[in-house]
Design a protein around this ligand. Structure first.
Ligand code: GCU
Length: 326
């Protein structure tokens, strides 16, 4: 079924292209993997509204949710060839396209929310957004994706030892794979849209995500233990294909950038409300929430840092700059 939907989506995209235009109206197609109840979807709809208003109806963004047009990795590939105009993916999915951005997937990288804000909304954030431009992917803004924690079908994850023998779903990210290995679990990459079934069928025993994604994906129906260890704080990124970007006039580019920035402010507000609501709702649905000590998890992940610095020494300076941001 998913393959049929994917094929149908691709046919639509390929027929109409990443940015369809007649002499007056440009339509930019934007695909993403989240469900429509999720705050990031609403933020993208808001981006579309703002852009339409700024351009007086001359540029429209059409949002395709639910992995209709492909997984995050597939969406990025469509952007690269200009068959899709825009997307919103997790920074973890960008890992293969921008080594610099991959550092955002390092466990326990940030001290607190203020640290995240200073990095992403400062000079480093701008550099990271533009780091994938050479691969035809231009980052416009970050969306808050909170912090990721473990949820499991069988038991709470109180210490890294609880991960032993468990198959943990990870994003398609080497960093995430190394992190789970470092903590002692067995990492299994699964696309987000297939995770509900993978959990249900026991292909994986556990996963990890932020509260709005745990709730809106309905994974809480299968996983009754949510252990808030907050091992990563990987943001989402809104991107435009450089094929589409280069086709816009300077004024249109400015409108798009402004609309994206405004949508990020709106998304941050939606995010806070959504985290609270999600925690309330999963608890109501019988999920046992626990707050394990972070220390033992933190102590297990030094190997992830060592490996990055060994395999990609050019990222060491960036990691240090992030750690030294005050
Ligand atoms: C987060 C992120 C999504 C991503 C998902 C995942 O929810 O916002 O973009 O798809 O994590 O775990 O795959």
């Amino acid at each position: 079924m998913r393959h049929f939907k994917l094929l149908l989506g691709l046919v639509i995209v390929l027929l109409y292209g990443g940015c369809q235009s007649d002499s007056r109206i440009k339509i930019i197609k934007m695909g993403h993997a989240q469900v429509t109840a999720h705050p990031v979807h609403n933020a993208m709809v808001y981006l579309a509204e703002r852009l339409e208003e700024k351009s007086k109806g001359r540029i429209k963004v059409k949002v395709y949710p639910n992995q209709q047009l492909g997984t995050e990795r597939e969406l990025l590939e469509l952007l690269q060839i200009g068959s899709l105009g825009m997307t919103k993916v997790s920074a973890a999915s960008l890992e293969a396209f921008s080594p610099e951005i991959s550092v955002l997937g390092l466990p326990f990288l940030f001290r607190d929310d203020q640290h995240i804000d200073r990095v992403l909304n400062g000079e480093i954030g701008t550099e990271l957004l533009l780091s994938s431009e050479k691969f035809w992917l231009r980052g416009l803004c970050f969306y808050d994706a909170g912090k990721r924690s473990f949820y499991s079908k069988t038991k709470p994850i109180e210490t890294p030892a609880d991960l032993t023998g468990l198959k943990i779903r990870v994003q398609e990210s080497k960093m995430a794979i190394n992190m789970i290995r470092g903590m002692g679990g067995s990492p299994t990459p699964v696309a987000y849209g297939e995770l509900y079934t993978a959990l249900q069928q026991g292909i994986v025993d556990a996963a990890e995500n932020n509260p709005p994604s745990f709730y809106n994906s309905r994974h809480y129906e299968v996983c009754k233990f949510y252990s808030i260890d907050e091992h990563t704080a990987i943001p989402d990124v809104v991107l435009v294909s450089t094929v589409v970007w280069d086709d816009l006039t300077a004024e249109e580019q400015q409108w798009l950038q402004e609309a994206a920035d405004e949508s990020a402010v709106y998304q941050a507000k939606l995010w806070k409300e959504s985290v609270e609501e999600s925690m309330r709702e999963v608890e109501k649905a019988g999920v046992q929430i626990s707050y394990p000590s972070k220390e033992p998890f933190l102590n297990q992940v030094q190997s992830v840092y060592d490996q990055v610095k060994k395999e990609q020494p050019q990222l060491a300076g960036l990691i240090e700059r992030i750690q030294n941001t005050r």
